[in-house]
Design a protein around this ligand. Structure first.
Ligand code: SF4
Length: 716
């Protein structure tokens, strides 16, 4: 007999609702189909190619052959893994972590987790790291995704809270899309943009992107700026708004601080200077400024093109400044709206599952905030030593300071920049635990213990999408093989460690269902900007809800700051003065090309899930280095020719693909392929060449800019 389970898509931050169809078979229930949930506000029944093929990632064939089904360990990394039972694996991890902690201190242990974990999983890891092990060395692959957006919001508006919502796409009269190929990375939102355009022919769409992507093709004005010059453009737009009289002076005076200092900074960013720095035309800059400032409601959408930068925070704040200076915020259809890449990057921010955050948007540098969390959790005082963020964690491991890494639901041996350093770090660790749903990822080569995790369709909990909407994720079938939900795996190791570290005390991890973790997380938000103290699991069972949702509320808030009171203590937003700076890597005669990496339409991250669906390769079956036809001609290269891409960190060999969407002197690589596909034995995949330099405020690495050389490979 068939059954339908309501859940959420596990791919991108749009957070589409899905209906999972299952049928009973002699081997138990089996997922047979996935449909868009017509009642979910994020997608109203729509799904993209990835969402619509989710059921194929949970087929009996995939569950049997491409999943990790049994815990396994090895005493020597040159040996193969041997299956082991859960009790042995978990006791082994607990014993080895306790030993390393005793010998080398709490900060010898690090946790590297994922924006694809559920909120409940994040809470479990955070409590283990900070509440029991006693380290702030917990960070997430969301560091590679949106930590610059966090800093941008906090510094300007006072809280890490995206002020807009998806409905604003229908209400805006000007859409300003910067560093986002929405058509590929957030396809269901792009369908909504297309619908808005069809309904309102006067809608102005501006796209800022060095490449003429499918999103840029749809724009009224495409600004193909020189890679890395976004801050110069945004400052140039602000200059134009000021000198053309398009700013909202009463709004600035009544609701902000610091405008005059920023005005002095952008005085020299004239249209001519902006054009010189960005490669754009003065008329394009003036046109964009006029549309943005003078439209009744301007909404900006932005994503990795701004965030993945050594000046990511500066790019975010410079864009938010435009909204503040023109009063384009806190109204329907207006505001700065960062799109999250991963399905629950927002949940990681909310639970504080990152080195620079604590639960409820608290700050680990604040003694008061640390004491509040220790009191809520009933644990020892939290460590006041700053934790390592993603790149720093692998650098510390490469120096031998971090001795053990517990990695969950992510594949740093493929996805982190500067792979040579990451692999050196993993090799040096005395203990690498890998908690994963899918087998055969590159990180498994460096692991000592593999823990099989349940995944989409098999586990319960919650996720938060880009518009602050919390949705339930529900299990439709039991976990494959011996796999278990992530929070349960953490709980069982933590309780073994507690027996040594807190003998006789009540367990901090006495959970037997996800709702209990949710309740602990909910309590940590009370009185904070993301207050969900009024949002019970029962209410979430009925429908997804946006935060804040304080006690007594009947529904969440669609958009923030409508009362013009921002989240800084004095209620005023801030302009933050930061001069324009070029990317960390320098183009020169040796490395003349600007390389960027990014998503393909039909693949997801390292392809451990999307790669199980053959039809998702139809769009782009193999990796290729994309070059502008003029650059190929200059080098006398043809489509399909093998080239070596070399940066200051390493090189990779790939076939070439001519791509006129690029600007000359730039190159583009899809991010999805690792060493098993690119370059063969001994090669490191596309991240052999990328840049680990990170934004000093957000600690987000610069995956969008590496200076490279492209040379032909002579075949014997
Ligand atoms: Fe899933 Fe994102 Fe596609 Fe929606 S747009 S179906 S959340 S991948």
């Amino acid at each position: 007999m068939g059954r339908t389970t309501r859940s959420t898509c596990p791919y991108c931050g749009v957070g589409c609702g899905v209906l999972i169809d299952t049928t009973e078979t002699p081997d138990g229930p089996c997922i047979t189909g996935v449909r868009g949930d017509p009642d979910h506000p994020a997608n109203a029944g729509r799904l993209c190619t990835k969402g619509a093929t989710l059921h194929l990632t949970a087929s009996p064939m995939v569950r049997q052959h491409q999943r990790l089904l049994q815990p396994a360990w090895r005493a020597d990394r040159r040996a193969s893994f041997q299956p082991v039972d859960w009790d042995t694996a978990q006791q082994q991890i607990a014993d080895r972590l306790l030993d390393l902690r005793a010998r080398h201190g709490r900060d010898a242990i690090g946790f590297y987790i994922s924006g694809q974990l559920l909120t409940e999983d994040y809470h479990a890891f955070n409590k283990l790291a900070r509440g029991l092990v006693g380290t702030n060395n917990i960070d997430s692959n969301s560091r590679l995704c949106m930590s610059a957006a966090v800093v941008g919001y906090k510094q300007t508006l006072g809280a890490d809270a995206p002020p807009a919502c998806y409905e604003d796409l229908d209400l805006a009269s000007c859409l300003f899309l910067a560093g986002t190929n929405t058509a590929w990375a957030h396809p269901v939102l792009f369908r909504r943009i297309e619908a808005a355009r069809a309904a309102r022919p006067d809608l102005k769409i501006i796209v800022v992107d060095p490449r003429r992507t499918e999103t840029a093709e749809f724009a009224d004005l495409h600004l193909p700026l020189r890679p890395g010059t976004d801050v110069a453009l945004f400052q140039g737009l602000l200059h134009a708004c000021i000198w053309e009289g398009w700013i909202d002076r009463p709004f600035i005076d009544q609701h902000t601080e610091g405008f005059d200092a920023l005005k002095a900074l952008v005085r020299t960013m004239t249209p001519a200077e902006t054009a010189r720095l960005t490669g754009l035309k003065e008329a394009q800059v003036l046109q964009a400024a006029e549309w943005f400032a003078r439209s009744p409601a301007s909404l900006s959408l932005y994503c990795m093109g701004l965030n993945q930068s050594s000046s990511g925070a500066a790019k975010n704040t410079a864009l938010i400044h435009l909204h503040l200076a023109t009063g384009q915020i806190g109204r329907p259809g207006a505001g700065p709206f960062s799109l999250t890449g991963q399905p629950n990057a927002m949940g990681g921010r909310e639970t504080g599952g990152m080195a620079t955050l604590l639960p409820g948007h608290r700050d680990p540098a604040s003694a008061e905030d640390r004491a509040a969390i220790a009191a809520l959790w009933g644990c020892d005082p939290l460590s006041d030593r700053p934790g390592c963020t993603a790149v720093e964690m692998f650098e510390a491991a490469a120096r031998g300071e971090i001795k053990a890494l517990w990695i969950a639901c992510t594949n740093p041996a493929q996805s982190m920049p500067d792979q040579a350093l990451v692999r050196e770090a993993l090799s040096r660790c005395e203990l690498v635990v890998l908690q994963e749903a899918f087998g055969g990822t590159a990180t498994a080569d460096f692991a000592d213990i593999l823990l099989p995790a349940a995944t989409w369709g098999e586990k319960d909990g919650t996720v938060t999408n880009s518009e602050r909407r919390i949705s339930r994720v529900r299990a439709a079938v039991p976990p494959a093989g011996a796999s278990r939900p992530d929070w349960q795996i953490v709980r069982d190791v933590a309780q073994r460690m507690e027996a040594v570290l807190r003998p006789g005390a009540d367990s901090l991890f006495a959970w037997d269902r996800p709702q209990q973790l949710w309740e602990e997380h909910r309590a940590a938000t009370c009185g904070k900007d993301l207050d969900i103290s009024g949002l019970s699991y029962e209410r979430l069972e009925a429908a997804p809800q946006q935060w804040p949702f304080p006690a007594g509320a009947e529904q969440g808030r669609a958009r923030l700051y409508e009362d013009r009171r921002f989240a800084h203590a004095d209620g005023r937003a801030r302009f933050v003065v930061r001069p324009f700076a070029m990317p960390a890597d320098r183009q020169d005669a040796r490395f003349p090309m600007a390389l960027s990496t990014g998503r393909l339409r039909d693949q997801w991250h390292g392809m451990s899930r999307s790669g199980t669906v053959p039809r998702l390769f139809a769009h782009a079956p193999t990796p290729a280095l994309h070059l502008h036809p003029a650059d190929m001609e200059r080098r006398r290269l043809k489509d399909g020719a093998l080239v070596r891409v070399t940066s200051r960190r390493g090189s990779v060999i790939l076939p070439l693909q001519s791509d006129a969407v690029l600007t000359p002197q730039s190159a583009w690589l899809p991010m999805h392929w690792g060493s098993e596909f690119v370059g063969g034995q001994g090669q490191l995949g596309v991240n052999a060449v990328t840049q680990p330099a990170f934004c000093p405020d957000a600690r987000q690495p610069e995956l969008k800019f590496a200076a490279v050389a492209v040379t032909p490979v002579e075949l014997p």
